[in-house]
Write a protein that binds this ligand. Structure first.
Ligand code: SAM
Length: 328
């Protein structure tokens, strides 16, 4: 027999009740990872390991420029291609699967104003947050992998004081957490979600994954859990605002597996309306392309990803007119 105090007993009864009512999430809760934690960490470390790759921590950056090349004009069409990737500010392409800074930059410029709040709930090396810092947008970055948060703080660890134009240093917060449980973010509070989820674990290989990493799941489980990610994104976004996700496809047994289409359906089922399907050309992909480059094969190498932009309908908006762009 357990000898519980009245308080303990009341707590347990309450917990059981909440679990029954599904008020307690099975996913980890958000915990802030502050700049001081990062500064403490870099006193004794010069790199972190993400999966099987060592990522150096720069600590002090020598920044040549804070902007894309002068000739760059924001995108106007639905096919995007960035062969130079983008290396302004602290952007370096050494985090596995990081997205080109041109992508969050375009999204932020099109869908937000200065002072708005952007969420990247699978923030990786912090590319989105660096763009928020440069463009004066408040931001929240979350990742399941604590080492990713160290890289994110490392990339944010620079001074930015533009000489021209109005600039207010934005508030940027970084959390350890799970994209399926944004418990510290209130409903209807975010102006833009811009994120690049990991892809489903189609080809089996045995790399160590952090617990809760979506890429470790089977395809069916991955799709189900991306449905949970979509619902949380929908909950926290302000009505009328946008949610953008970059997602690619793969092959199995030499046939096409349209991961992106299946994920898109999950976002539509969560209540979003499809605003854009942007094709992003892929450069220097390390996986299938190198493996197959010299071989003779009977299929085309996948060289694109989909950047879906969804919109959360405004309150009282008549949804019937969007029926061809919503869940079917
Ligand atoms: C493709 S990377 C994002 C790269 C990022 N856009 C950048 O530029 O560095 C996907 C990230 O999702 C994170 N992740 C995987 N499962 C997650 C989950 N359940 N919740 C939050 N983050 C997760 C991984 O740790 C990884 O950092």
């Amino acid at each position: 027999m357990l000898n519980l105090s009245e308080d303990d007993e009341a707590y347990i009864v309450d917990l059981v009740r909440k679990r029954k009512e599904k008020q307690v999430s099975k996913y980890i809760v958000m915990q802030e990872f502050k700049k001081e934690d990062y500064l403490q960490f870099i006193k004794n470390h010069s790199s972190v390991v993400i999966e099987d790759t060592r990522v150096p921590l720069r600590k002090k950056w020598r920044i040549k420029t804070f902007t894309p090349p002068d000739a760059y004009i924001p995108e106007r069409e639905t096919v995007w291609s960035f062969p130079d990737r983008g290396d302004w500010a602290t952007h370096v392409g050494d985090y596995r699967g990081n997205w080109s800074p041109y992508i969050p930059r375009n999204l932020i410029l099109k869908y937000t104003e200065k002072g708005d709040t952007v969420l990247d709930q699978m923030v990786g090396s912090g590319t989105t947050l660096v763009e928020c810092k440069l463009l004066g947008r408040n931001a929240i970055g979350i990742d399941i992998n604590p080492n990713a948060l160290i890289v994110t703080h490392d990339r944010l660890n620079f001074q930015y004081r533009p000489l021209t134009g109005e600039y207010t240093e934005p508030e940027i917060r970084v959390y350890l957490g799970d994209a399926r449980n944004l418990d510290k973010i209130p409903d209807d509070s975010i102006d833009l979600v811009a994120t690049h989820p990991p892809y489903a674990h189609i080809v089996s290989y045995s790399k160590s994954r952090v617990e809760g990493d979506l890429s470790a799941l089977s395809f069916e489980d991955y799709l189900r859990e991306m449905g949970v990610v979509a619902k949380e994104a929908y909950r926290v976004l302000k009505p009328g605002k946008h949610c953008a996700i970059l997602i690619g496809d793969t092959r199995k047994h030499k046939h096409y597996v349209p991961i992106s289409f299946r994920v898109m359906q999950k976002f539509l089922e969560a209540g979003f309306i499809l605003k854009e399907d942007i094709i992003k050309q892929q450069w220097n992909t390390k996986t299938t392309r190198e493996k197959w480059r010299k071989a003779v094969y009977d299929f085309y190498l996948i060289a694109h990803e989909h950047l879906y932009v969804f919109r959360k309908p405004s309150k009282k908006e008549e949804l019937r007119k969007f029926k061809l762009s919503t869940a079917w």
